[in-house]
Write a protein that binds this ligand. Structure first.
Ligand code: RAM
Length: 502
């Protein structure tokens, strides 16, 4: 049992002070002075349904029992009133405060809705003038993940080990009926998140008994996306809700996510060797490539924002996305070509290599600043992480120059940086591609290690070390505290690394 106390030195201004061990509270028999209030700390993030076990002594029931619970992933969220304004762009309904009322003698109360939390505040009314105890408090946890390999020993030091275990915990809690982006919010399948989760899952379970279950979940998600393609043009959605046995409810068409569908499929083929699924889904992948290429201006050979699409790349404010999106288009098309060659669809993609060479040349001529080698984007010639990363991944930046470009990007404090873990993961992918393990390790230790040092037990959707209250939703309590895209696709493990093989 804990009490949140204000502390200017703590992340987001709150720390937990221990009140007593839970067992001590479970021994109390004076709970009829209602209502009572208590905050419990589960020690690390859990996902599941809360259950109270009640021990009445004699005949207690002269009233129904009302249990109000507020679940929170952080102390800040616990302390912030759910109805506080502004509520940002997202629904108040995401915040996890529930009420359960039970009639008649019961010894167990289970909350009907799955919650994601570390802390829970209970307010309980009822059973007046009776002797009874709260005998236990459980989270009946839920995940569809196979058991993780027994020994996940992380890297060289305690921080590495903690990063490894926080990564695995985050991944497990996000594996439900589908790979969810976050078990608190949005509790649904997003393509950009799936791409990163799948890589981490292959690597975690590769060579173990759990591999086929993890791979089967990726396959299910790929099939769901393909089945949800838009009727008019075949675009796969950015996200969806499964509605088994009905087709999924889909929406939020994100330009860069959809372009990367073939990339996820190729990773799946690489990891599993399941050519039959890859062949079935190849037409969907090729369709996304064609749709992406339609956004290239034929006159310039460069991506242009038609204003029709949600361009993402990252949550970074003020990010100019032109160069980055061009990189995504080229990278995705080349990955689709690779997929085609592996599956024997040479003819359908025979135009792609020459076309991509042209797009690379056009981008280099238009956006590479000869003075410093950086790639610029937009009318203000913005230099950003996003542009450099995608220039490298797509080969717009020639391979021999890529390592030094990435090194400079990592240390340059002036350029537009990352909005959070999603783009940091793209950086890891770029570093891994060029075998830059040292740089990848130091990024993992500083960025992901920074979350661990601030108390993360699962990795956060949003992390800006300079701004504890940063939120793309206008309310930090809406941020997801256990987020798929925040599992580092590469983290130190004894003997091998989590992530895509080179
Ligand atoms: C957030 C989701 C998800 C991400 C999209 C673009 O709201 O949580 O992780 O893929 O935005």
């Amino acid at each position: 049992m804990v009490r949140p106390v204000r502390d200017g030195a703590a992340w987001q201004g709150w720390r937990a002070q221990t009140v007593c061990a839970a067992e001590e509270f479970f021994a109390r028999e004076d709970l009829d002075r209602t209502p009572w209030n208590a905050v419990f700390d589960f020690g690390s993030e859990v996902v599941g349904r809360l259950e109270l076990s009640l021990a009445p002594d004699g005949f207690p029931w002269d009233a129904p029992l009302r249990v109000e619970a507020k679940f929170a992933e952080s102390l800040y969220e616990l302390r912030r009133a759910c109805d506080a304004t502004p509520d940002g762009g997202l629904s108040r309904a995401w915040l996890q405060d529930f009420v359960v009322v039970v009639d008649g003698p019961v010894t167990r109360v289970r909350f009907p809705r799955r919650a994601a939390f570390r802390y829970v505040r209970l307010r309980v009314w009822g059973m007046v003038r009776a002797r009874w105890r709260l005998a236990g408090l459980f989270c009946v946890t839920e995940t569809s993940a196979p058991p993780p390999p027994a020994a996940i020993r992380g890297g060289e030091n305690a921080l590495d080990a903690e990063i490894a275990s926080v990564s695995v915990r985050t991944l497990l809690w996000c594996m439900q009926d589908v790979f969810e982006d976050g078990p608190k919010r949005d509790r649904r399948l997003w393509l950009g998140d799936l791409r990163l989760q799948a890589l981490s899952a292959y690597s975690l379970w590769r060579g173990t008994a759990g591999f086929s279950a993890a791979a089967a979940l990726v396959r299910r998600c790929l099939l769901l996306f393909a089945s949800a393609a838009r009727d008019e043009d075949g675009a796969v959605p950015g996200c969806l809700y499964p509605r088994d046995p009905d087709p999924p409810e889909a929406g939020n068409f994100l330009f860069d996510y959809q372009a990367l569908f073939g990339d996820v499929l190729l990773d799946y083929l690489d990891a599993t060797g399941d050519a039959s699924t890859a062949r079935d889904l190849f037409p969907a992948a090729l369709r996304q490539t064609r749709l992406a290429l339609a956004e290239i201006d034929p006159a310039t050979g460069l991506f242009r924002d038609s204003g029709k699409h949600w361009l993402f790349l990252d949550w970074k404010d003020g990010l100019d996305k032109t160069c980055g999106e061009h990189g995504v288009v080229v990278y995705s098309a080349l990955r689709t070509r690779e997929l085609a060659l592996r599956l024997g669809f040479h003819r359908e993609t025979s135009d792609l290599p020459a076309r991509m060479a042209k797009l690379r040349r056009a981008a280099r001529a238009a956006w590479r600043d000869p003075a410093n080698g950086y790639f610029v984007s937009g009318p203000d010639l913005q230099v950003s992480w996003a542009s450099q990363i995608w220039a490298v991944l797509s080969g717009i930046c020639p391979a021999r120059q890529a390592p030094s470009l990435l090194r400079r990007t990592l240390t340059d404090r002036v350029i537009v940086g990352t909005g959070g873990p999603y783009l940091c993961n793209q950086m890891l992918l770029a570093l891994m591609r060029f075998g830059m393990a040292r740089e990848a390790l130091s990024l993992v230790r500083s960025f992901w290690g920074g979350m661990v040092e601030r108390g993360a037990t699962t990795f956060w959707e949003v992390f800006d070390p300079q701004d504890p209250f940063r939120s793309p939703y206008g309310n930090p309590a809406m941020n997801s505290g256990c987020h798929a895209w925040s599992v580092p696709v590469w983290f130190p493990r004894k003997g091998r690394c989590l992530g895509r093989r080179r």
